[in-house]
Design a protein around this ligand. Structure first.
Ligand SMILES: Nc1ncnc2c1ncn2[C@@H]1O[C@H](COP(=O)(O)OP(=O)(O)O)[C@@H](O)[C@H]1O
Ligand SMILES: [Mg+2]
Length: 153
């Protein structure tokens, strides 16, 4: 861990707003882990990031497909939900390794389900329930990640 910051988000709109702003500080090649129990707000956070890139359509939760792709002019966003991911040996067969490259941003829900096949994240987005709202803990693991977190304080 290089740097971290904490936020209390009182409703969904605050989650969306922070994620939307964070999007403006992300760059292609970055990987984000999204952690937290079911209903913590991981997919909501992804929706906010996509909005930050002007994507206003529906965001499908890739629970069964494992990944959804969003193509933009200069990069692609790969949204993974690995909750149902079982077989590590299928990772390469499915071509997932190639999804991590210089022209993509990978947003990964349930990274802990993939064991050690995943590359290290630049940022870990950790959400947890509060009596009213959600607590957000952002942690950076790379200089790029730190730069992003410092820009949104
Ligand atoms: N800051 C917040 N406070 C209260 N509710 C929130 C907040 N952020 C998101 N939510 C709500 O919590 C639920 C989270 O769902 P979702 O994003 O699908 O969670 P996950 O992907 O972690 O399972 C949604 O109903 C969303 O509206
Ligand atoms: Mg989800």
């Amino acid at each position: 861990m290089l740097f971290d910051s904490n936020y209390d988000l009182k409703d969904e709109s605050e989650t969306l707003r922070l994620a939307e702003f964070m999007a403006t500080k992300l760059s292609p090649g970055m990987n984000l882990y999204l952690k937290g129990e079911l209903g913590a707000g991981k997919t909501t956070f992804v929706r906010g990031i996509l909005r930050g890139f002007d994507y206003q359509d529906k965001v499908k939760s890739p629970t069964y497909t494992l990944v959804e792709l969003y193509s933009f002019e200069k990069f692609t966003i790969h949204h993974f939900d690995l909750f149902r991911f079982k077989a590590e040996h299928e990772w390469d067969d499915a071509g997932f390794r190639e999804y991590f490259n210089k022209t993509s941003i990978c947003l990964i829900e349930w990274p802990e389900k993939a064991g050690r096949i995943l590359p290290e994240p630049d940022i870990s987005v950790e959400l947890s329930h509060l009596p009213f709202g959600r607590h957000l803990h952002l942690i950076s693991y790379t200089p790029k990640g730190t730069e992003c977190l410092k820009a949104i304080i």
